[in-house]
Design a protein around this ligand. Sequence first.
Ligand SMILES: Nc1ncnc2c1ncn2[C@@H]1O[C@H](COP(=O)(O)OP(=O)(O)OP(=O)(O)O)[C@@H](O)[C@H]1O
Length: 340
Amino acid sequence: MLKYPDTDHQPFPILIGDIGGTNARFSILIDAYAEPKDFPVLKTADFPNIEDAIQSGVLDKTSLQPRSAILAVAGPIAAQEIPLTNCHWVLRPANMRQSLGLEDIIVINDFEAQALAVAALSEDSREEIGSVGKVQVASRVVLGPGTGLGVAGLVHVQRRWIPVSGEGGHVDLGPRTERDLSVFPHLERIEGRVSAEQVLCGRGLVNLYRAVCVADGVKPTFGDPADITTAGLSGSDSVAVETLSLFATYLGRVAGDLALTFMARGGVYLAGGISQKILPALQKPEFRAAFEDKAPHSALLRSTPTYVVTHPMAALAGLAAYARTPTNFGVATEGRRWRG
Ligand SMILES: Nc1ncnc2c1ncn2[C@@H]1O[C@H](COP(=O)(O)OP(=O)(O)OP(=O)(O)O)[C@@H](O)[C@H]1O
């Protein structure tokens, strides 16, 4: 019997969880029609393990007893024990079934959840960068600068959405302009190369800022990504202003490459914590100009929309959409579903 993809409904109520490096967000979906019941965002550092976090952050606060769970985590899901990236928790779904009384647990990658969200987002949960007019229902890409650079495709085929999460944040990023050529030699590399994630994430912003400082012979004054974006957005520091402008350019360049890779006529969606915080910088011409500068396919990119995801709990919304109607999605659950 064909077991892939698995479209069986999980039994309601379903516990939905998005577990990042710093924050864990949970809600419970009572049935396929109700709005999810949300719980306060938890800090992963405050709990020794996920069972304790779910017990005191969710189960102790409601009379609802979930029968199943779908969790999105940062990190590869390849074994019975799932260590999380940038977090001390190790998920052991077989144990969680027993200790939390759950019949069925699915664990997927956090950017797959972002991709599921992008299939379901309403217009008021996103802000368009540029304006391309009418958009067709077609494959999409989600790209998220945060602690790292997450990437996932959302392939639209046979009226279903198939999330494809890889390691797209680690593609090469190369210099193109004279200015790039003066800045790139000063970027910190990973084993000799500049990957997109070396620049397009929180610590990448600092890497880029320092490289601009060295290129111009200026002493760096900022060491925190938020300080660079604050100074860049307010215009109070010229190096920070240029850093933000280059960041937008390089994000546009990578976003354009990914749009070409997935033939994402349905759009590229910028998720992750940083995109929302630098929205005004992304609305300047650099991002879209770099995105469209893809000869011989500039016309294709000019008609491809780009958005910043503004939904505060996008991954949870994506998981809820999947939990309600798994048949609309092609989510691979082999080796990632634990049930009796
Ligand atoms: N105002 C800001 N401008 C630029 N970068 C910022 C700003 N605030 C925080 N950051 C950086 O964003 C990164 C965190 O990104 P994000 O909020 O997406 O968190 P995450 O750990 O990736 O995900 P989660 O919130 O699910 O744990 C950190 O590198 C942080 O330094």
